[in-house]
Design a protein around this ligand. Sequence first.
Ligand code: AP5
Ligand code: MG
Length: 193
Amino acid sequence: MNIVIFGAPGSGKGTQSERLIDRYGLHHISTGELLRDHIARGTRLGKIADTYISQGQLIPDQLMLEVLGEIFKEQPETAARGVIFDGFPRTIAQAEALEKMLKGYGTEVHAVIGLEVDEDELVRRMLERGKASGRSDDNIDTIRRRLDVYHSQTAPLRDFYRAKGTYHPIDGNGELERIAGDIASCLDNFKDN
Ligand code: AP5
Ligand code: MG
């Protein structure tokens, strides 16, 4: 089973992914974590990514796709085991490329879990995290830009996946455990059918 965990910045993609890994034994690919790791190691990619991330902008599709392609090439068993994609795809071009790539491994995106959270709550969560995260994008100006980028470039993917019948909206406001329970019910239901 390949799952995309989808939602605005701060919607809980990383938090809920951790639970799904335990429950379903899936491989977690967070493109944000991957890029932050490159930044921390000072790689060529990290240096490029840093300029975009600290401005709240997406890194170019081509670059993002190269990084992802490399992971699959290095660990071909990843696709077979099933993946939770967190923070990817973020543009229609990325979604189309993902479809093509998974097809090459004889698989597809089975479900897209859309965490839907009120905007003021997103801002509150990211500002709270920013007190300790050290993330260059957890400040109010960059948070606003990330939300704008989400609405203009990423939110259209909801319609892309709705048209395929794979988009499952989940209320991402409120208690962590309740949200995790709603996601599990959705996926268990899906697995049984
Ligand atoms: P990325 O790392 O993906 O960040 P993001 O999408 O902005 O989202 P976050 O990681 O901030 O939030 P999240 O949804 O994971 O929520 P979390 O669980 O942490 O991307 C960062 C940047 O990298 C992008 O801006 C872009 O520049 C670049 N990038 C990444 N992928 C890319 C791609 N595919 N293409 C191009 N560029 C890309 O939760 C947030 C906080 O809230 C935490 O502190 C958490 O503890 C708390 N929390 C979670 N759930 C709850 C709850 N229910 N109640 C209260 N608090 C909660
Ligand atoms: Mg995250």
